[in-house]
Design a protein. Sequence first.
Length: 269
Amino acid sequence: MRVIIEPDYDKLSLWAARYIARRIKNHERSGETRPFVLGLPTGSSPLGTYKELIKLCRSGYLSFRNVVTFNMDEYIGLPKNHEQSYWMFMHRNFFDHIDIPAENANLLDGMAEDPVEECRAYEEKIASYGGIDLFLGGIGADGHIAFNEPFSSLSSRTREKTLTYDTKVMNSRFFGGNISAIPSKALTVGVETIMSADEVMILVNGHSKARALRHTVEGGVSQAWTCSALQMHKRAIIVCDEDACDELKVSTYRYFKDIEQANLEPMAL
């Protein structure tokens, strides 16, 4: 596991965006004909990264024409045109501002008549592209990744999941503070779906995520903290800011600062 510690959220977002851009550009330069497959999250954590990627696309440096995306999750019962659906979130904050073909952006359908079949088909479509090259994500204050709440199976695949009260409280800010307006269930990729990606990059910002970061990096692997599964991934990168490091041991903090010294500043393009 790599842990990149940036001074603040803006630097974290810039580093992450430039890393993703480099992966896409290297894929393009390799002459590989299959598209680059990118897993994407919603929420507040990736917004800065999306803004930086949009800048790179608009500048002409980066193109998403040969990129296929798969989003992590979607609320059950929210139609695409609902203001708080993740379909709407992704288009408003990312897809509408880049040159990705509409058919290349894959999102789970929260209105699917058969959620089990929807999830099975989603996994099958990911596999049809040869898997995900890079899965970008964030973590909740309780350590959940996607909607894999505490005590979710670490071998889980895309499925229906009931949301905890804590998650609904955290997400209520997007629903005008009205917890009752938040769906109680969602469709989500599983922990194993994420772990099957060639590379996973997790964004962790703010003091509220400090405990989750500690469990991700220093704790034992446990279904109580689904983020801890990242310790078992062959190419996991945590990109965090200083505030998120508040609960790390001093020795852990110094180790990653030392070993990643050459990578602490946003990489040049």
